[in-house]
Design a protein around this ligand. Structure first.
Ligand SMILES: NC(=O)C1=CN([C@@H]2O[C@H](COP(=O)(O)OP(=O)(O)OC[C@H]3O[C@@H](n4cnc5c(N)ncnc54)[C@H](O)[C@@H]3O)[C@@H](O)[C@H]2O)C=CC1
Ligand SMILES: O=C(O)[C@@H]1CCC=N1
Length: 271
């Protein structure tokens, strides 16, 4: 069977990436088989034009995929992987987006010569604005690495690390990061409401402000600290607000604790 790619798990992140790959034309839907036990999610994969099956028993007996993408929860990985051991130690490259789960875990279940790429994406991949960070073991061929990098580029920016241990920090910063930013938006909306703005206006102002500031930080040649200073008039309103946020490094300390808690959880999930 000619399927190039098997996607195992078509939940939030799996689907976000799949729609980018197909939308960009980097892979044809007919080259993808999705394995997903949830019927509604299988229907969404089918709507993208992909074959969708409920479990490994639904895969064609003669399938020999180039890539198997594992997009299930880390807690399920060990059980799920066993079903794909027949593709291990060979020409199939496994790509895992699971938090914490090490390359060694994949090698121990699939065979120590299995090509494995760990990738930490983030949810904005759904709109082509993701941040994907990869780490590959020594069995991944240049051809497979290039193919996967091309696919990932459809979902946003791609970076790599040479030291697998850094994947826990990556997970805590860019993997979980959209969650922190969404919460910041929630907090700004709540504060806007407290300050008297109607709900719709509060949401509009908060979202557009974060969008505009993030876009400016991404496109400007100035550091974020310089941009912050450009907003801050001497003895003005921003200075009064930042006195609260930056006093005693309040936000920096909170974010450092936040990232550290997420990094430690990533390590726990991998053990
Ligand atoms: N949600 C996010 O923002 C990010 C998630 N990740 C990683 O992506 C992975 C998936 O996370 P989400 O998409 O958020 O979870 P999710 O729960 O939305 O998706 C997981 C999917 O796996 C399916 N599944 C369960 N058992 C299966 C099996 N035996 N075979 C095939 N599919 C099976 C579930 O039905 C579900 O649809 C996790 O390992 C997570 O660490 C990584 C970066 C960001
Ligand atoms: O919360 C999680 O564990 C996953 C990994 C990074 C984002 N979501």
């Amino acid at each position: 069977m000619t399927a190039k790619l098997v996607l195992v798990g078509c939940g939030h992140m799996g689907r976000a990436m799949l729609s980018g790959w197909i939308g960009s034309g980097r892979i044809a839907p007919t080259e993808v088989v999705v394995v997903e036990p949830n019927e509604d999610l299988r229907a969404k994969a089918a709507a993208l034009g992909c074959a969708a099956v409920a479990g490994t028993e639904g895969l064609p007996a003669d399938i020999f995929p180039k890539i198997v993408v594992i997009a299930v929860k880390p807690q399920a990985i060990r059980d799920v992987l066993a079903g794909y051991a027949r593709f291990g130690n060979g020409a199939t490259t496994f790509v895992s987006i699971a938090a914490g789960t090490s390359v060694a875990t994949f090698e121990s279940i699939l065979g120590e010569k299995t090509p494995v790429i760990r990738c930490m994406p983030n949810l904005p991949a759904a709109i082509g604005k993701g941040m994907m960070v990869v780490f590959a073991n020594g069995h991944v061929s240049d051809k497979a690495r290039d193919f996967v990098a091309g696919l990932l580029a459809a979902s946003g920016e791609v970076a790599s690390v040479d030291d697998e241990r850094l994947m826990d920090a990556v997970t805590a910063v860019s993997g979980s990061g959209p969650g922190y930013v969404f919460h910041f938006i929630e907090a700004l909306i709540a504060a806007a409401r407290t300050a008297g703005l109607p709900a719709e206006t509060a949401a509009r102002l908060a979202v557009q402000t974060v969008y505009g500031a993030a876009t400016m930080a991404a496109t400007s040649s100035e550091e974020p600290g310089v941009l912050r200073q450009q907003v801050t008039s001497h003895k003005g309103t921003t200075a009064a607000g930042l006195d609260v946020l930056m006093g005693d490094e309040a936000l920096t300390r909170l974010i450092t604790e936040t990232v550290d808690a997420a990094r430690r959880r990533s390590i726990e999930l991998g053990s």
